[in-house]
Design a protein around this ligand. Structure first.
Ligand SMILES: Nc1ncnc2c1ncn2[C@@H]1O[C@H](COP(=O)(O)OP(=O)(O)O)[C@@H](O)[C@H]1O
Ligand SMILES: [Mg+2]
Length: 244
């Protein structure tokens, strides 16, 4: 049996058009090609503003692209190109196969931290709500989120607390492709180690991972390969904004 990559990106191009600045064109991704197999962890490296987070959002199907392909192969052997997929196909892929830990938690009003995490497992197919909550509790405990916070909506949590809820949500359901955008940026050393363990466990289960890790210690511990994003000559004539 051949082992095809889980993720195969070919010649991906993405340009932002800044309508508020007379349609200024910002060519952020100019022919990105990379692939990631089962159990591999590819680190996106390069200075701030080079399009790492933009690439992540393309890989999650949140951003469209001007050209190229993002091929995701699921366990049943089906291949979906996220560049041309319908929104329904993208949502189905996210439920079954794709997990994303973004830099910032998008909080829903009135939903408790425990449910923010458990809901992801339920959406991914866990029929038993109690089991989903038990798993959410297990992860929040591993990530040392104080129990007093589990029943509260994360809107008022600190950056590091919100990030741990986001991580628990990203890891609760088995995924074939896991996207991590600076998952340890606001964490202390103890919780960084927990995240490294969670990543290693996912790799051992065969999950393919793409990550942005500013912390070199974390990157060295988990990354099996790297893709460097750098300035390209065509970027030079355009003024760059500072990345968010
Ligand atoms: N939604 C957007 N609209 C316009 N420009 C954007 C948008 N998102 C990012 N950019 C610009 O694209 C470039 C790459 O940003 P980003 O992907 O956040 O870089 P990185 O994650 O590598 O720091 C930056 O110049 C940034 O200002
Ligand atoms: Mg970024």
């Amino acid at each position: 049996m051949t082992t095809s990559p889980v993720l195969d990106v070919r010649g991906l191009r993405k340009t932002f058009t800044l309508h508020l600045r007379e349609g200024l064109q910002l060519p952020v991704l100019q022919g990105v090609s990379l692939s990631v197999g089962r159990g591999e962890c590819l680190a996106l490296v390069g200075p701030s503003g080079q399009g790492k987070s933009t690439l992540m959002k393309c890989l999650y199907g949140s951003y469209g692209a001007q050209g190229g392909q993002i091929l995701v192969r699921t366990a049943d052997g089906a291949v979906l190109d996220l560049v041309t997929a319908t929104p329904q196909q993208v949502l189905a892929l996210r439920r079954q196969a794709l997990a994303y830990v973004s830099q910032f938690l998008r909080v829903l009003p009135r939903v408790s931290a425990l449910d923010v995490v458990a809901d992801r497992a339920i959406a991914a197919g866990e029929a038993d709500e109690q089991r989903a909550r038990d798993r959410a509790a297990e992860l929040l405990a591993r990530l040392n989120l104080p129990r007093g916070l589990w029943g509260l909506p994360p809107a008022t949590f600190s950056g590091g607390e919100q990030q741990r809820v986001n991580i628990a949500r990203g890891f609760i359901a088995p995924a074939e492709l896991l996207l991590l955008d600076e998952p340890t940026a606001s964490l202390d050393a103890l919780n960084r180690r927990v995240v490294v363990q969670l990543i290693q466990e996912a790799q051992a289960r065969g999950t393919a991972i793409v990550g942005i890790f500013h912390d070199e210690e974390v990157r060295d511990a988990v990354a099996s390969c790297a893709y460097t994003m750098g300035p390209s000559p065509a970027n030079e004539p355009v003024e760059h904004q500072e990345a968010a």
